[in-house]
Design a protein around this ligand. Structure first.
Ligand SMILES: Cc1ncc(COP(=O)(O)O)c(C=O)c1O
Length: 382
């Protein structure tokens, strides 16, 4: 019998139903495994190729996304790089312009120089997406919701356009997690996550995953994983599997706190705009309500006073920690123009709307009143 999401999550990493076997997956540190004879195929031979702790995590991630298989990597960027290595010189990649700065850098500085043509497109404009997908286009890349502006793109519509031209659709679903959004069920071919964020959820592992819909892509990703070798350690796999067990309850609280803060921020003097898909005024609110089961834990907002006011807020907060990254139990605050998106050229960044006055919050699991009070005292000073 197929189990439901929270049940699969609670059993993440379980490797056996046999009596006498451990209930939680052990950390299997051995790099190498005994063979019956030279060249004999065993379940495991060498840990870059496969490892019991990694297998356990990959099985649960594939089940959570509803994919045929998952391959985990040593970071979200390594996972994205693996997916981008499906491209060959002369192929065209169509990607959303509003994207995590590291994905922009990876694409512009590592993928483009290999001879892949890259077109950055506003994915809200489906006519522009259709026009950009030509016969050389092999992959369409969507990040949704986006980092840091929380735009939402129509996975079903974009995947249908890509499929009609024989291109794969890849969705970076890091902000949503498999709990809030199921891209493979909407027609995507691959889903990538930075597991350093919500999947692990405790700000103590850097790792990533690619989940494949088809066996063919799964085999190719396994080969890239084994040959490229950017694999996470068994200890990191164990920690992510542990984090995944509480993903449903953590995400519920992240969403609840983020919605409350976004609604409150909208009423504050000096706040020029609040970006959160759960607000009825968000340009893609209706799409987000259809495509996601809830709106996530990330909120960004623009201060009328620009970069200087943003700097004051970052200095004044006491509970929100000024730090890179997101998706942990503790609330984090950052200024994307100087932090997560500093690697994007200023003119590209500003054309997307990422200006100095933009603040990004990763809303954690603390008491909502404490979070509100902390932001209130910081905003008063800005
Ligand atoms: C949306 C998104 N995708 C991918 C990544 C890259 O993940 P990692 O830092 O694990 O390499 C990040 C990192 O912040 C991200 O925000």
């Amino acid at each position: 019998m197929g189990h439901r999401f929270a049940t699969i999550a609670a059993h993440a990493g379980k490797i056996s139903d046999q009596a006498g076997q451990p209930v939680t997956s052990p950390i299997s540190l051995s790099t190498t495994y005994l063979l019956r004879g030279p060249g004999e195929q065993e379940e495991h031979a060498y840990s870059r190729v496969s490892n019991p702790s990694r297998d356990a995590l990959e099985h649960s991630l594939a089940a959570l996304e509803g994919g045929s298989s998952a391959s985990v990597f040593s970071s979200g960027c390594a996972a994205m790089h693996a997916a981008l290595q499906l491209l060959r010189p002369g192929d065209r990649l169509v990607a959303c312009g509003d994207i995590y700065g590291g994905t922009y850098r990876l694409t512009e500085q590592l993928v483009k120089p290999m001879g892949v043509e890259v077109a950055w497109v506003d994915m809200c404009d489906l006519a522009a997406v259709e026009a950009a997908i030509d016969e050389r286009c092999k992959m369409v890349w969507i990040e949704t919701p986006t980092n840091p502006l929380l735009r939402v793109f129509d996975i079903e519509a974009v995947s249908a356009l890509a499929r009609a031209s024989g291109a794969w659709t890849v969705v970076d679903s890091t902000f949503a997690t498999p709990m809030l959004q199921r891209p493979l069920e909407m027609g995507a071919d691959l889903v990538v996550h930075s597991m350093s964020k919500y999947l692990n959820g405790h700000s103590d592992v850097v790792a990533g995953v690619v989940v494949s819909q088809s066996d063919e892509l799964a085999q190719r990703l396994r080969f890239i994983q084994r040959a490229g070798g950017a694999v996470p350690s068994p200890f990191d796999c164990y920690l992510v599997a542990r984090g995944v067990k509480t993903l449903p309850i953590r995400m519920a609280r992240h969403c609840e706190n983020a919605q409350a803060l976004a609604e409150w921020l909208r009423t504050q003097d000096g706040v020029a705009a609040v970006h959160y898909p759960g607000l009825p005024g968000h340009p893609e609110h209706a799409l987000a309500a259809r495509q996601m089961s809830s709106f996530g834990g990330m909120v960004s907002f623009e201060l009328a006073g620009g970069s200087r006011s943003a700097g004051t807020v970052l200095e004044r907060v006491r509970l929100f920690s000024l730090a890179e990254s997101l998706g942990g139990v503790e609330s984090l605050i950052g200024q994307p123009a100087l932090m997560s998106h500093a690697s994007m050229p200023k003119e590209v960044r500003e054309a997307q709307g990422i200006r100095g006055g933009l603040i990004r919050l990763s809303v954690g699991l603390e008491d909502i009143e404490d979070l509100r009070e902390d932001l209130e005292q910081a905003l008063l000073a800005s």
